[in-house]
Design a protein around this ligand. Structure first.
Ligand SMILES: Nc1nc2c(ncn2[C@@H]2O[C@H](COP(=O)(O)OP(=O)(O)OP(=O)(O)O)[C@@H](O)[C@H]2O)c(=O)[nH]1
Ligand SMILES: [Mg+2]
Length: 188
């Protein structure tokens, strides 16, 4: 093998090796975090998942990136565990059950405490997912931005709100592509 092909293989390996990211997936219990993570990993909806206790850590390869997803338990008694995962995270995904209007104020409070006002993640891009769009009562992104006052609270942050359904998969790819584009930009 020539020096150049050795060199180019080394370079490709090195560049690929550097494309590593840890993405933290937060949100209230039953928002759909694990369902979404499974969909991203397998391309299929998995029914009957049990509520997460602790966290699920998985690795996916996407567009040359080695992405570790940390899907945490959303139930209140486990939320203290989220603190362990903030250091070193490259992006946050905050999943909201967009059809559960009653819990939107709670989702907003948790988003504020754990993301907006959290200095450990102030420099990382945040993808907010208005999940469960397959349900007729789901609120869509423009109204979600208003209801959660994201246009005010997040004005100094890199964030986007996407509609999606972890059941049908609609919107998941577009949202994930936005996030990976942010990771690419952060690397420049
Ligand atoms: N209709 C519909 N149901 C969904 C969707 N995403 C998740 N679900 C359902 O919502 C319920 C909770 O989903 P999970 O993925 O376990 O929620 P979670 O956010 O991981 O919850 P915790 O692990 O308790 O924090 C399950 O019954 C899922 O099948 C969706 O996009 N549409
Ligand atoms: Mg879960």
């Amino acid at each position: 093998m020539s020096f150049m092909s050795n060199f180019s293989q080394w370079l490709i390996k090195k560049l690929r090796a550097e494309k590593r990211a840890k993405i933290l997936i937060l949100g209230l219990d039953a928002a759909g975090k694990t369902t979404l993570t499974k969909y991203v990993n397998t391309g299929y909806f998995q029914a009957g998942l049990t509520p997460t206790i602790g966290q699920n850590i998985e690795t996916i390869n996407y567009e040359g990136w080695d992405i570790t997803t940390v899907d945490v338990a959303g139930q209140q008694q486990f939320r203290f565990l989220w603190d362990i995962h903030y250091p070193g995270c490259s992006a946050v995904i905050f999943v909201i059950d967009a059809a559960d209007i009653e819990r939107l104020p709670e989702a907003r409070d948790i988003l504020k405490i754990h993301v907006f006002d959290n200095p450990l993640v102030e420099k990382v891009p945040t993808l907010i997912l208005a999940n469960k769009q397959d349900l007729p009562s789901a609120i869509q992104a423009p109204l979600m931005i208003q209801l959660l006052s994201l246009h005010l609270d997040m004005k100094d942050r890199t964030f986007a709100v996407f509609d999606c359904s972890a059941l049908t998969g609609k919107g998941v790819l577009a949202a994930f592509t936005w996030l990976v584009n942010q990771l690419e930009m952060d690397k420049m």
